[in-house]
Design a protein around this ligand. Structure first.
Ligand SMILES: [Zn+2]
Length: 92
């Protein structure tokens, strides 16, 4: 069992959460101008780093609120959690 720190509820069991993919992916400024290839790149292509990675999570089994987290993809350790709309957390 892994505990994930919800910003509002505190540490909870990982089974209560839903993964939402990469965080801070900007919506295209002019979506009408994108080609099919550019849309495919926006929708499907994401970085896949080994180490700290900004992700979206939802505490779906409790407060049902979305938040962002910096998680180490190699160790699964949550390094920071913060609300959506807040600047990307800086981790050492
Ligand atoms: Zn919560």
């Amino acid at each position: 069992m892994q505990l994930i720190p919800c910003p509002w509820c505190g540490p909870r069991d990982e089974v209560e959460f839903t993964y939402g993919g990469a965080a801070h992916v900007p919506y295209p400024e002019d979506p009408q101008a994108l080609s099919d290839e550019e849309w495919a790149r926006y929708v499907f292509f994401r970085d896949n780093p080994k180490g700290p990675f900004a992700e979206r999570w939802c505490h779906s089994a409790s407060c049902r609120r979305w938040f962002n987290a910096i998680r180490n993809t190699a160790t699964h350790e949550f390094l920071a959690v913060y609300g959506q709309g807040e600047p990307k957390a800086v981790v050492a």
